[in-house]
Ligand binder design. Structure first.
Ligand code: ZN
Length: 275
């Protein structure tokens, strides 16, 4: 079966065979027991495990499985269903443990299409591949995507690093790009605890070469975490975890209940150019 992935060595199309992916030039990549493949570029194959580690992946999985971000996942799926062509190729660029990916794969399947997910974190990709056997998953970098030019109908990037140039390369003309970022008051109540003077996130409408804006869809939810571990799992997913003052982190560690706002923006873009 022809894959959505391409060879990280020569760029040729990969074909999925029993237990491995191969390109026409004979480069071959084994499929791990969990069903994913490592497609990091050759010069990064042996670097020390990059991406989120096992504990971070586990904490994020626990939090996401609490369902607090379900409104965001539903909004993404609604947009994907509305925007994707028939028999679409979906790419989740920065798929993490596949919590959003699994739902997007169902949207793709319902339209007779398919889905691939890529993430730099091997522990995360392992989980995603187990969670979503219908999809294809690869360990890879968003800055050198193992996907061919103009091969993707809908690309999703949810709280992951943005590699706009690579995204423009792989998305087909008229293809869509869903880019999820935090809203100005995302996790405001948590920030009020960890910072003495919290600030709002900026609203950015950046023009990315090769894309034009269709719309920005706001999603907002409020939820109450009822134990310290859930609060810490959420905190660990945020950039504040690395940046907040120690006193703030201690104040948060003392809480076993927190009501917090989840505020998201889904930037909906279309690839420019001729089909
Ligand atoms: Zn090759």
């Amino acid at each position: 079966m022809e894959s959505l992935f391409c060879c990280p060595v020569c760029g040729g199309v990969l074909v999925r065979e029993e237990g491995r992916y191969c390109c026409q030039k004979g480069h071959s990549f084994d499929i791990a027991r969990e069903g994913y493949v490592n497609l990091l570029p050759a010069n990064q194959q042996h670097s020390k495990t990059p991406g989120d580690d096992k504990e971070m992946a586990a904490a994020r999985t626990r939090f996401l499985e609490g369902g607090w971000y379900t409104p965001l996942r539903e909004a993404l799926c609604t947009l994907a269903a509305e925007l994707a062509s028939d028999a679409p190729s979906l790419l989740d660029a920065g798929c993490g443990e596949g919590w959003y990916t699994q739902a997007l794969a169902e949207v793709a399947a319902a339209k007779g299409g398919r889905l691939a997910g890529i993430d730099l974190s091997k522990p995360a990709v392992k989980k995603a591949a187990r969670r979503c056997p219908a999809g294809e998953f690869a360990v890879g970098t968003l800055y050198h995507l193992p996907a061919a030019d103009s091969s993707v109908d809908l690309l999703v990037n949810c709280f992951s690093p943005l590699a706009a140039g690579e995204f423009a390369r792989v998305v087909k003309p008229r293809g869509k790009f869903l880019y999820v970022v935090p809203g100005p008051r995302h996790l405001w109540e948590l920030k009020e605890i960890v910072y003495d003077r919290p600030y709002e996130n900026g609203e950015r409408w950046e023009e990315y070469p090769g894309f034009r804006y269709l719309k920005v869809v706001p999603v907002e939810t409020r939820f109450t975490l009822r134990d310290s571990r859930a609060i810490q799992d959420l905190f660990g997913m945020t950039p504040y975890y690395w940046k907040s003052p120690k006193s703030g982190a201690e104040r948060l560690a003392g809480l076993d209940r927190l009501t917090v706002t989840g505020q998201f923006r889904i930037h909906v873009m279309e690839r420019t150019g001729e089909e």
